[in-house]
Design a binder for this molecule. Structure first.
Ligand code: FDA
Length: 304
């Protein structure tokens, strides 16, 4: 737990981030979890996964921009991703973070940026998945996701099972027919806001997953937790919920064996494929989820 907290603390250190992202060993560090530094790298991974029957959500890494110009640049770079995936014929969604679109600077400007992107995605027949960041953003993020979904019908919101409030949020998303990606939650949150133990978080995930499977609009069950995935299979079979009514989602580089098994068994599986130069906070959250990854990292660096 102390190591997880330390890694999450380090994930927010700006100077360490700058140093790591420009380090000559960056590529060695990142290859497992990140598809590459450029859009072409991301698209190449996307093409390979599509050939294997795996769906994709593309994430241009980055969060918390510090000027309106940077927020507009994020919007433009995501428009380029949309046009490239549409031109390639990929059945891919995009995943965005609202702080990348200026949520910390101006909610109005952020909405304008997101609206432009979501409108263009709708025109191209693509879905925009709005990642969930730390709990200070939950209300604003869900409000924007709901408004965009109402206007364009092509948005997926994210709900984190570790938040105590999430039962109510899931009810609201079901009532508004907003598709949800359900994940456990990756940020450091106080115990007043989030469940602290794995047992409580897992129990919350299962409860919310059951509501989504019964009442949700095409939910995305985002987890690598095998016992939860088995529970999803069991519950769906028991309630005769067909496998095309939901999808599983996983992160690029984690449990590839499970992803391939899903495809062979006829389930839908989407991988979240991050690429880009601003990889540090994402990468540190992956280490915090499983500190054993530090060993993998050290082995990789020694090999180089
Ligand atoms: P858990 O952490 O209990 O892990 C279960 C098993 O999965 C582990 O025993 C291990 O085998 C494997 N595993 C999990 N993480 C691993 C890692 N980093 N390295 C190696 N093995 C690992 N969070 C958030 O706050 N906002 C968001 O928008 C999203 N979006 C999102 C999209 C998708 C597609 C996924 C899969 C996840 C997210 N997350 C997220 C992250 C999520 O909240 C959570 O931190 C991770 O998925 C890890 O939790 P698990 O459900 O996998 O369970």
């Amino acid at each position: 737990m102390a190591l997880r907290s330390l890694l999450l603390y380090l994930s927010r250190r700006k100077r360490l981030r700058r140093w790591m992202e420009t380090s000559p060993v960056a590529e060695q560090l990142t290859t497992r979890f990140i598809a590459g530094l450029t859009l072409d790298d991301g698209l190449a991974v996307c093409a390979r996964l599509e050939r294997e029957g795996i769906l994709v959500s593309m994430d241009r890494l980055g969060e918390s921009v510090t000027s309106p110009a940077e927020a507009e640049a994020s919007r433009e770079s995501y428009l380029e991703i949309l046009h490239r995936i549409a031109a390639s014929g990929f059945d891919a969604s995009i995943s965005i973070k609202l702080t990348q679109f200026g949520l910390d600077l101006s909610e109005t400007a952020c909405r304008t940026n997101v609206e432009l992107l979501v409108g263009e995605a709708a025109r191209l027949g693509k879905t925009v998945e709005i990642d969930m960041e730390s709990s200070e953003y939950t209300d604003r993020t869900l409000d924007i996701a709901c408004a965009m979904h109402e206007a364009h019908g092509n948005v997926r919101a994210v709900v984190q099972a570790y938040l105590r409030r999430s039962g109510k949020d899931i009810e609201r998303m079901c009532d508004l027919h907003v598709p949800v990606r359900l994940c456990k939650g990756a940020y450091k949150e106080p115990a007043t806001v989030a469940f602290a133990t794995k047992r409580e978080v897992d129990a919350s995930y299962v409860r919310l997953m059951q509501v989504l499977l019964e009442r949700g609009s095409y939910p995305g069950l985002a987890t690598h937790d095998q016992s939860i995935i088995e529970e999803a299979h069991r519950f769906a079979r028991e309630r005769a919920i067909p496998p095309d009514r939901y999808e599983f989602q996983m992160l690029y580089g984690i449990r590839r064996d499970l992803a391939r098994r899903f495809v062979s068994e006829g389930y839908r599986i989407r991988l979240y494929v991050p690429f880009g130069e601003a990889w540090y906070p994402y990468f540190m959250r992956r280490l915090a989820e499983r500190p054993a990854n530090l060993l993998f990292l050290v082995r990789n660096m020694l090999k180089g």
